[in-house]
Write a protein that binds this ligand. Structure first.
Ligand SMILES: [Zn+2]
Length: 332
């Protein structure tokens, strides 16, 4: 079963390792994702996020994004026989024909653009096709959901329902749709989500978020949100992070299992339909308290869905079919 994964933080891990003077190979490393593991997991395409941490005082948000995009391009140069950059549906089709793994650039943190539409356009030219409007910080575009643990007294379920998109955020949504860059609402506040849902003319996605009814974390989507994503033809990528899968309030003891992933999938199927379900592992951005130890083990999820009597077609839709439809509907 070939897989398309909407979100990982491997570029950020590789950059960190370089900065610390112990560079890691993309072909084989100790992270959740490397080339060997992607091959073993049967990947059709992996999205690679340039993750920008706005708390970093030593590096500008744009430089941080560009350094990770540089790593991405170096990987493409180094392994041309194994991996191919995907900017549009033809690229992905070609990667499939050539038996290569597709690789799509994304950005996690709209603040990377410094509020500039020109920067956004340039990131698009570099191949960025998906961008979250926020990570966990307020930026020029919008407000994120408040994360438990970061703000004292905030619990898993306390969503930001007042502060959504700023004026520039609305302008960015319009420009991203004009370009054919997919708006990603993962990490965005609930109020921001509804601003996007009301304002977007094109399908938008939550690249790595689960169902809040199953696990009451603000990073997950409520049933109304799931329906709103589905109505616009978007997807949500199932996040493998234990804290977003496991309903337990105390995050320390959470453990992410394929059974929990299947529970989220089943709930989302009932609420928003099968067509909106995809994969958004969050690998290399999450802990190791996971049954899926790395990306080579993703077939275990297909096994679990088989056990629950999902048809081959349904599993294929979740693993890649819905993603392919979304790309046909959004990319230029
Ligand atoms: Zn994230």
């Amino acid at each position: 079963m070939q897989a398309i994964d909407f979100h990982c933080d491997t570029l950020s891990r590789l950059r960190e390792a370089e900065r610390e003077g112990r560079p890691q190979s993309f072909s084989h490393n100790d992270f959740h994702i490397d080339l060997d593991k992607l091959k073993r997991g049967g990947y059709l395409m992996q999205c690679f996020a340039a993750f920008v941490y706005l708390g970093d005082r030593e590096c500008s948000p744009l430089a941080s994004a560009l350094e990770q995009i540089d790593i991405f391009y170096r990987i493409m140069d180094q392994y041309p026989d194994a991996i191919r950059q995907v900017r549009n549906c033809e690229d992905l089709e070609q990667a499939r024909r050539e038996g290569k793994i597709g690789a799509m650039l994304t950005v996690e943190e709209g603040g990377a653009c410094l509020g500039s539409i020109g920067v956004l356009n340039t990131l698009y030219r570099l191949g960025v096709r998906i961008m979250t409007l926020t990570w966990n910080f307020e930026n020029e575009l919008a407000y994120p959901n408040r994360m438990p643990g970061r703000v004292p007294g905030i619990v898993k379920s306390e969503a930001e329902t007042e502060h959504g998109l700023k004026e520039k955020g609305f302008a960015f949504v319009e420009e991203m749709e004009r370009l054919g860059m997919i708006v990603d609402v993962s990490h965005l506040s609930d109020a921001g989500f509804w601003d996007v849902a009301r304002h977007a003319a094109r399908p938008f996605i939550a690249s790595h978020s689960n169902a809040r009814a199953v696990c009451g974390h603000v990073r997950n989507l409520t049933d109304d949100m799931l329906r709103a994503v589905a109505e616009k033809g978007g997807i949500t990528g199932i996040n493998y992070c234990a804290a977003f899968l496991d309903g337990r309030e105390d995050e320390e003891n959470c453990f992410g299992t394929v059974a929990q992933m299947a529970d989220h999938i089943e709930h989302i199927r009932q609420v928003g339909g099968l067509d909106m379900i995809a994969l958004g592992s969050d690998f290399d951005g999450i802990g190791d308290n996971l049954e899926l130890k790395d990306c080579s083990m993703v077939p275990l999820l297909a096994d679990e869905l088989h056990r629950r009597h999902y048809s081959d077609d349904a599993i294929e839709q979740i693993f890649s079919g819905n993603a392919l439809r979304l790309f046909r509907d959004t990319l230029r």
